[in-house]
Every structure is written in C-alpha cells, then in structure tokens.
Design a binder for this molecule. Structure first.
Ligand SMILES: *Cc1c(COP(=O)(O)O)cnc(C)c1O
Length: 324
C-alpha cells in the first residue's frame, strides 16, 4: 500500500512543543515563530518571512498587500488549488485564467501576455508539484506591464529556479506547511516579502490591524489599531512542530528526492512505451519531490488504474520520510 501522504514527523517535535508550554508562551510570535522566520530568511536569502496560519492566508495577505481596486484583474493558471483564486476574490479582484503547459502543468508563460488588459495588476504563478514556472519570462512580462507577481509556492518550499529559492523571485511568495506539504506544522504557512516597502503594512495586517509588532520591538510605547487587519499568526505550538522539521529540512528533502527518483525509474519503461507520461523537470529547476504524478492517456484508463490501485493491486511500498 502506498499512502497518498504521511504527515512528516522527525521525532523532536514533541520536545519543542513541551518547551513552548513550559515557557508559558503558546500564542503567536514567540521564540519558535521567530526562529522559523529567521531560518527561512537565511536559508532562502529572503528579505522577510512571516509565518501565517496557512498557505491560504499567506496568499490572502499577499493579495491584500497588493492594494487592489474593484475591477482590477489578476492572472492565474486554470489548473491550481482553490486558494490561488479565493485570495484575489477576497481582495476584490476579477480572475483571469490562463491555460497551463502540459509538460510541467504550470502556467503557460507564452499565453500570459494575451490575457493582459489595462486592468491587470497581478500575476500569480503556481509552482505545481514544486517545479518552478518559467520565472524569467514571467518577471520580464511583469516588469514591462508594471504588474506585481505573487508566487504561489505552497508546494515549492526548498525548490529553486536558476539557483533562486521559489517564493523569493516575485514581489511576494506564499508557502504552505499543511499536513500534506513537505514540511508541516499541521496547519500553517508563510508569506515571503521581497520588497521592504511592504514590511510594515504586512506586520499590521497580520496583527489585527495594530502596530503591536513595533511595540514589542520597543519602537513605540503603546500599541493601537491603525489599519485594516486580520489575525494571521499561528500558535507557538504549531511553530514548535515546524521548527523540528526545518532543522531536518535537507534530510527530508533528500529522502523525498530518493523516493521520487525510485518512482521515476520504476515507471520509465511504461513512459518509453507511451503508456503513461511522467513529470518533466526543466534543466533550470531544482525540485523538492513534492509530488509524484503520472498522466494516463484518457479518463477511462485513469479510472481503471485508480480502481486497480484502490484494490491494493500489485504496487509495492516505497515509503516517504516519516518516523511513523
Ligand atoms: C496547499 C496549497 C495551498 C493552500 O495551502 P494551505 O496551507 O492548505 O492553506 C495553496 N496553493 C497551492 C498550490 C497548494 O498546493
């Protein structure tokens, strides 16, 4: 039996969670959240990273920071998770879908320009399965039309494009640490802010519209409500779980890549006979083995295959990284 996903667990999570409890700090922005933010900033050479309650709320924050007006348009791929679309809707924008490339399943960068109007403000590339979109082309188009780029890198933590970590290439990047992602905290995520002009508003937005972060840093002597906001801080208990995972990030990544490569080799003969097709990873993309998918020729073959696999037929197990 091959499970769709086993939540990653490296063993130290419980100790860090205990530490948070004993330290009497279980709400947001305590030591574990700060350690995670800093670790992500250093590892990915990011200007600023803030943990959020999910990948979805990281996207919500990014789109709110884009300051859209009613009628503004946001370009996104037609094949993605619902949160890529709900974030711009929440920010008041109109969705403009662009088709994907069949090889990487990512937004087709050659079709973006035709979708741009004088109302377009943002492009959201989604790095499907942790394989990067064609970011040079996308950033060039964004620059030419003065658009913002929000990378949905929910599946792309530890992946890179031409050596740059996914999430750090556009104006904003959004990560997910949901149970089904490579690094987990149960529910959680992070926003990467690549332009420091957004730092202050991001902190306010994340802290219920208050300048509490400035207060904690001693930059002001009392905090108050100053702008629109919401609550996007995860609990320290979740951050403590993530901290254990980040310390083992390279190990988890290598382990996943090993499994991915095993699947690739095992399925290669079928792909060579044109029975199925396998994922394509362009030269300039270092992926994180977020997902291994195969594509069948038609829906009938796919239905038959999934029915066969549900019966437990003939598939041996290749385990993903987990202490379980
Ligand atoms: C998982 C995922 C999200 C949402 O992340 P959550 O942490 O579950 O809210 C958004 N976009 C993509 C592409 C995802 O895979």
């Amino acid at each position: 039996m091959v499970n769709f996903n086993i939540p990653p667990y490296v063993g130290e999570e419980i100790n860090y969670i205990n530490e948070a409890i004993k330290g009497h700090k279980i709400c947001g922005d305590g030591p574990f959240t700060k350690q995670c933010n800093t670790w992500l900033e250093k590892k990915f050479h990011a200007q600023k990273v803030l943990l959020t309650t999910s990948g979805t709320t990281a996207l919500d924050m990014a789109l709110l920071l884009c300051q859209l007006n009613p009628g503004d348009e946001v370009i996104l791929p037609s094949y993605t998770f619902s949160s890529t679309a709900t974030a711009p809707v929440l920010a008041g924008a109109k969705l403009v879908f662009v088709d994907i490339r069949p090889d990487t399943m990512n937004i087709d960068e050659t079709k973006i320009e035709a979708a741009i109007t004088d109302k377009t403000r943002v492009i959201i590339p989604v790095h499907y399965a942790g394989v990067a979109c064609e970011m040079d082309s996308i950033m060039e188009i964004a620059k030419r039309y003065n658009l913002l780029v929000v990378e949905d890198a929910a599946q792309g933590v530890m992946s890179s494009y031409k050596g740059k970590a996914l999430g750090t290439i556009g104006d904003f990047g959004c990560y997910s640490f949901h149970e089904t992602k490579n690094y987990s905290m149960g529910e959680g995520g992070a926003i990467v802010i690549n332009n420091e002009i957004y730092n202050e508003r991001a902190e306010i937005l994340r802290e219920k519209g208050t300048n509490r972060s400035k207060f904690y840093r001693g930059q002001i002597d009392k905090y108050t409500w100053i702008d629109f906001g919401d609550s996007y801080l995860p609990s320290e208990l979740n951050a403590a779980y993530l901290w254990a995972q980040l310390l083992k990030a390279d190990e988890i990544n290598n382990n996943r890549l090993d499994s991915w490569n095993k699947y690739y080799k095992a399925f290669e003969p079928l792909a060579k006979q044109n029975i199925i097709s396998l994922p394509y990873v362009p030269e300039q993309c270092q992926h994180n083995a977020h997902m291994f998918y195969i594509k069948c020729k038609c829906i009938e073959e796919r239905t038959k295959l999934t029915e066969f696999l549900k019966m437990g037929g003939g598939i041996c197990s290749i385990s993903l990284y987990s202490a379980a």
